[in-house]
Design a protein around this ligand. Structure first.
Ligand code: KIV
Ligand code: ZN
Length: 513
């Protein structure tokens, strides 16, 4: 088989990144984009982890078509049954069972003997197989396991019906040569019909290199995440794995993926926007500078022949220079048309609302790009989740002489609430006024300002991480003005805290099976 299956775990391992907590609507939006991108498998979540996880996996299984929808499970039957309940409606479904095989994990975390691990894996894979033909088994901490014991457990999984054996480098300890050899060893030692997969963490910055070494040694599935999200330093970045295989087809002879690479940049922007995790400017493939040339010599070379300094075409990954799609004279029709082309299908009230926000923006900003549109529409409409509060108006006064003061008017669905507050700066005043009006105040843990596109008239994009009574939420706001963007970001975080209070999303999973 010369196709490497792309198993996306943005919604499971990626969502385990500190501070990320996506709601069902946001997960559905990402899953739709992953399907548009053409990934083979979407690991939609860990259904036993919380009711929120279960609902999201179930909703994705019911509505997203194309990729296999997988749910993660420990080896207990309770987990396997819950995973099945969540994925059963999918066009094609998979149960992904994991149990560690390293001495350290077995002794310290699981407190299980070798025989117990073998028995658990046999029973749970068989249980999963009773539900679906497509079962994956992962020996967690595989890279640090005794290879012979790990292969013995993998053989048990295959004998009980596992069709994919995924070798995780759970703590990102592997080096490409060793990890590649381990994949070759598993292929030699474990017999039967199954696909070998990689799952590499990035603790030493080697997740992509290790995954590619796995592919070179026979792995035909790579587990990865958009923008490299995941526990700690993250997982292998999907966009880098895919583009390495494509760009170095001379090395990966005949090996391909089914990914529509022109969708990579949009997927990256969407995941960044919804998770609140910014993409570093110089990030390979999807960073905003990935195709920018600064030095005069480079610019000259690229003008003569793009290939002097570029090994990929920006258009190939959907990163063509931000095109101007609309301006202040564009009508509703052109607006709706542009959104459709970007895969945003809005109708009725939602379209009207987005059009009003677009017109406001067009009055202040001459050139509106695809990235601007995406950010503004998404921020305005969210994912169909009803927000408790929305901004009606914001008035901020002050500067270096007088104490900054802000007055905010918010709609709370039933009517309007307003408040005025002072702060040590205009952003601080706006945030204080919102806190007073909503009755929700906490600690701002993180405050990040960037611009959606380049240029002096770029939209300001603010991400705020807020902690209120132990609950952490991220909010994002986009506007031509940084103070307004900050206020919108703070309010988005407040709305999310309110939803979390109404619906706790606890992840109270024990480590053992
Ligand atoms: O890193 C890991 O080992 C995992 C497994 C659940 C596959 O995420
Ligand atoms: Zn992982």
């Amino acid at each position: 088989m010369d196709q490497v299956l792309i198993f996306d775990t943005t919604l499971r391992d990626g969502e385990q990144s500190p501070g990320i907590s996506l709601d069902v609507g946001e997960k559905l939006e990402i899953a739709d984009q992953l399907a548009r991108l053409g990934v083979d498998v979407i690991e939609a979540g860990f259904p036993i982890a919380s009711d929120g996880d279960f609902e999201a996996v179930e909703a994705i299984a019911k509505t997203v078509r194309g990729p296999v929808i997988a749910g993660l499970s420990r080896t207990s039957f309770k987990d396997v049954d819950r995973a099945w309940e969540a994925v059963r409606h999918a066009e094609r479904n998979r149960i992904h069972v994991f149990l560690a095989t390293s001495e350290l994990h077995m002794k310290k975390k699981l407190r299980m003997t070798h025989d117990q691990v073998k028995g658990e894996v046999a029973a749970s894979v068989a249980r999963a197989k009773g539900y679906t033909a497509d079962v994956e088994y992962s020996p967690e901490d595989g890279f640090r396991s005794d290879p012979d014991f790990m292969c013995e457990v993998c053989q048990i999984a295959v004998d009980n019906g596992a069709t994919t054996i995924n070798i995780p480098d759970t703590v990102g300890y592997g080096l490409p040569e060793d990890f590649g050899k381990l994949i070759g060893y598993v292929i030699d030692q474990v017999h039967g019909e199954f696909i070998v997969s990689t799952h590499c963490h990035n603790d030493l910055g080697l997740a992509v290199a290790n995954s590619l070494a796995g592919v070179a040694n026979g792995a035909r599935q790579v587990e990865c995440a958009i923008n490299g999200l995941g526990e700690r330093a993250g997982n292998a970045a999907l966009e880098e794995v895919v583009m390495a295989i494509r760009t170095r087809s001379d090395y990966f002879e005949g090996i391909t993926t089914g990914v529509r690479t022109e969708e990579l940049a949009r997927a990256s922007r969407m995941v960044s926007r919804l998770t609140g995790y910014p993409v570093q400017y110089n990030k390979a493939v999807v960073g905003r500078n990935a195709f920018a040339h600064e030095a005069g010599i480079h610019q000259h070379g690229v003008l003569e022949d793009r290939e002097t300094y570029e090994i990929m075409d920006a258009g190939e990954v959907g990163q063509e220079a931000a095109q101007i799609v609309l301006g202040k004279h564009s009508g509703r029709h052109a607006f709706a048309d542009s959104l459709e082309k970007m895969g945003l299908h809005l109708q009725g009230d939602a379209l009207n609302q987005a059009f009003v926000r677009f017109k406001e923006l067009a009055d202040r900003k001459v050139r509106i790009t695809e990235a601007d549109l995406e950010a503004i529409v998404a921020e305005e409409l969210g994912t169909g989740v009803v927000h408790k509060f929305s901004v009606v108006s914001l008035d901020v006064r002050g500067g270096t002489v007088s104490t900054p003061e802000a007055t905010v008017v918010l709609s709370d669905g039933d009517g309007k609430v307003d408040a005025t507050a002072e702060g040590n700066g205009m952003v601080d005043a706006a945030i204080a006024a919102i806190a007073r009006a909503t009755g929700v105040s906490g600690t701002v843990l993180d405050f990040n300002v960037s611009s959606v596109t380049g240029g002096g008239d770029a939209l300001g994009d603010v991400v705020i991480q807020l902690e209120v009574d132990g609950l952490k939420a991220t909010g994002r706001g986009v506007a031509t003005d940084i103070v307004e963007a900050s206020a919108r970001a703070y309010l988005a975080a407040v709305n999310r805290i309110i939803r979390m209070r109404e619906r706790p999303q606890t992840r109270d999973i024990e480590v053992g099976p």
